[in-house]
Design a protein. Structure first.
Lengths: 569, 163
């Protein structure tokens, strides 16, 4: 039977078992929307801005192992989506972006709502396609899903001209697809793994450092098993939180620019470092030359060869899928019957406990002013540590990462690589659709939340009971912190004047708004939001200490062990 | 160091821009780039000459391999290879310069492929330094126009770049 291109798009999505598509209609995608109208298997989520559609689809992927899908129209639809696509790309999030394009014969004529979508998005997608023949449509969509989720995942975009969606051809959805130019490695090199096992077992001051790759490949269980078996300390990047339970004794907290003292010191001082699904980026290891001053052997497991030896030279590179490689490591350890030497390990742990004793995350409570750290600690208690937490970008993001202890993977949803303000609220929407019963907190600030505030309307339409934790300090907090520390207290444009009354704003959208100004009211307000208003969106506007800073801090360009602690200032 | 990177890439619209975009986005240097379809029309062969430290060249080859359209990447300069570049030079050829220009072209084993009363077009192939030397050997004030293809290269003997 012959189907139109638009029907083919819907059929392909059904074949891929897609349940939700986040999108916004427009001229070029009208035929596709017409087909959405005629079916009820796939639910379309209408957002209020294309950026939000992409963030929601992205968080849908992050919080589950399904693939988020979004659909936007040509021209401005696409350009609005670019921030979302780049966000997903930087964090290697699998996602399929379908975009409308002007009819084939108009391409290149500066037609109404025309943009060079493939050109604009090329540097921020894993791959993109322009469909020029309706006969290629089904196989192209199949390739898009295949590419998005295999190898190092990432967003894949399919640009579909309007005339293609009206033309007809036979529909056949391929079961599998293979591309001669794309063969991602799965299994790690056995010889390299053997070397790695030997190094690991001989280590005197071992350290495990893991990133988003462990979450993306669902390797948390295997990582936990290996870490416990070895008894080694472990730290995680911002993107890796939750892969190993944060409440466990072996966990040293997050590392990096705002990492814990113990995690950063152990990274610097270790003699064998096992890096898993992480990429030694500038926010994680600081200055690579300073990092290289300490001699250590580095084992690096990653599915992407280009992540290995990019910023830091490694001794044992292992290219492969993280769970497969961890499996092999566990197997080989078992086969050799080897165990780490207890004595040096005990000495190492003693040193780590000393570092831990500094208690770098302590902060001064105040009777009258709410401290942001306190809000996160209470959020953790009230939600039983079991919420999905999305965040925007800035101080609140770091506080959430430091003080909410994530015991499970895929619970911490934030824009780590690109650092996109405006991510948190649409991300919370995506999380909700992928996890319809979950409690969801969006930790944000009064500046970030305003970058996608219009989504309060989407939340109303779909009755999404997200709890917005607005840490309102009246500043672009992280910008202000840098200006205070590195720019002589000159707060250039970092004060957010003329803020709206967020309670009234929430109410105007049909939600519940609560303003909280006293430390004693923090917990009751959270309980009210999560218990009394369980099924409603609640906007909690916490008026916090305006000049609270995030510590510890490694200044940009400094070494990992050159931390500034709260008491230093 | 100078490296010659050979690439087999799907012969599809936009494939070249993926490669050139990668170089500009990551700040890698391109000295020359040539591309044309192979005997299998579904594939193009690209030759890129780039200069960089070993680390940078390693990153370039890894990043190129990551592009979905790229089938194979080889650093030709890692072992024995042949490299050639073609140049067309239009020179003023009048009076005594006419004979002299012909003589120099012969020495460099160039061919004169177009002749007018006042000019020659000389075709020259060779490696980059040979072409450079030719331009140095003739009187620069006589050069009217030059065009070069950029380097293309192939491995010697058993080294074959094929799908």
């Amino acid at each position: 039977m012959q189907l139109t291109g638009a029907e083919i798009v819907i059929r392909c999505l059904q074949e891929e078992k897609v349940e939700h598509v986040f999108g916004y209609p427009g001229g070029s995608v009208l035929f596709i929307y017409d087909e959405f109208f005629k079916q009820d298997q796939i639910k379309h989520i209408l957002v209020r801005h294309e950026q939000a559609a992409v963030h929601a689809a992205d968080a849908y992927s992050r919080s589950s192992n399904k693939i988020g899908v979004c659909l936007v129209t040509s021209g401005p639809g696409v350009t609005n989506a670019v921030t979302g696509i780049a966000t997903a790309y930087m964090d290697s999030i699998p996602m399929v972006v379908l975009t409308g394009q002007v009819p084939t014969q108009y391409i290149g004529q500066d037609a109404f709502q025309e943009a060079d979508t493939v050109g604009i998005t090329r540097p921020c997608v894993k791959h993109n396609f322009l469909v020029k023949d309706v006969k290629d449509l089904a196989v192209t969509i199949k390739k898009a899903f295949y590419l998005a989720k295999t190898g190092r995942p990432g967003p894949v975009l399919v640009d579909i001209p309007k005339d293609i969606t009206a033309q007809k051809c036979d529909f056949h959805y391929p079961k599998t697809v293979s591309m001669r130019s794309y063969n991602p490695v799965v299994k790690g090199h056995t010889g390299q793994i053997k070397k790695a096992v030997q190094l690991l077992l001989e280590a005197k001051r071992p350290m495990i450092y893991t990133g988003g790759g462990v979450i993306l490949s669902d390797a948390g269980d295997k990582l936990t098993k290996l870490t416990r078996q070895l008894g080694y300390p472990i730290t995680q990047t911002l993107m890796g939180l939750g892969a190993y339970p944060a409440t466990d004794k072996q966990f040293l907290g997050m590392l990096g620019m705002h990492g814990t003292y113990e995690a950063n010191m152990a990274m610097q001082e270790c003699d064998v470092l096992l890096a898993v699904g992480a990429r030694f980026d500038d926010r994680v290891i600081g200055n690579p030359e300073h990092f290289g001053r300490n001699i250590r052997k580095i084992i690096h497991i990653d599915i992407d060869p280009s992540s290995i030896s990019k910023r830091v030279k490694v001794d044992v590179p292992i290219v492969g899928n993280v769970p497969d490689v961890l499996d092999e490591i566990l197997k080989q350890i078992e086969a050799t019957g080897g165990k780490p030497e207890a004595k040096p390990l005990a000495v190492w742990w003693k040193q780590i406990e000393e570092w831990r004793g500094i208690n770098c995350l302590k902060y001064k409570m105040d009777k009258d002013i709410i401290q942001p750290q306190y809000v996160i600690e209470k959020l953790y208690e009230v939600t039983g540590g079991d919420a999905f937490v999305t965040s925007d970008v800035g101080q609140h993001q770091m506080f959430a990462a430091q003080y909410y202890k994530f015991d499970k993977p895929r619970r911490w949803i934030n824009s780590g690589g690109l650092g996109t303000m405006g991510f948190g609220l649409p991300a919370a929407m995506g999380v909700r659709f992928a996890n319809p019963k979950a409690q969801i907190a969006c930790v944000t600030g009064e500046a970030s939340i305003q970058m996608c505030i219009q989504e309060l309307s989407t939340c109303k339409q779909f009755r999404l009971p997200v709890k917005i934790i607005n840490l309102n300090n009246g500043y672009l907090g992280m910008v202000r912190q840098w200006q205070q520390m590195f720019h002589g207290n000159r707060y250039a444009e970092s004060y957010v004047d003329a803020l709206p009354d967020f309670v009234k704003l929430a109410e105007a959208y049909g939600h519940v708004g609560i303003k909280v100004e006293k430390p004693d009211d923090v917990e009751p307000a959270l309980r009210e939001a999560f218990v009394k208003h369980k099924n409603e969106l609640v906007f909690l506007d916490f008026i916090i200490n305006p000049e609270a800073n995030v510590f510890p801090m490694v200044a940009a360009g400094k070494g990992l062990s050159e931390m500034i602690l709260a008491e230093d200032l | 160091m100078r490296h010659i990177i050979s690439i087999l890439i799907e012969n599809e619209a936009g494939a070249l821009s993926r490669v050139s975009g990668l170089f500009s986005a990551r700040g890698y240097n391109i000295e020359s780039l040539t591309v044309a379809p192979t005997e299998d029309p579904s594939l193009s062969r690209m030759t890129i000459v780039s200069v960089g430290s070993e680390d940078i060249i390693e990153q370039i080859t890894k990043q190129l391999n990551k592009l979905i359209d790229i089938v194979k990447v080889v650093d030709l300069s890692e072992s024995a290879h042949v490299e050639r570049e073609l140049m067309l030079v239009k020179v003023r050829a009048t009076g005594k310069d006419r004979e002299e220009m012909k003589r120099v072209a012969d020495i460099f084993r160039g061919h004169i492929v177009d002749v007018t009363e006042s000019s020659y077009v000389i075709e020259l192939t060779g490696n980059t330094s040979k072409l450079d030397s030719f331009l140095k050997a003739i009187d620069t004030s006589l050069i009217l126009e030059t065009v070069r293809t950029g380097v293309c290269g192939i491995g010697r003997g058993d080294r074959i770049l094929k799908v």
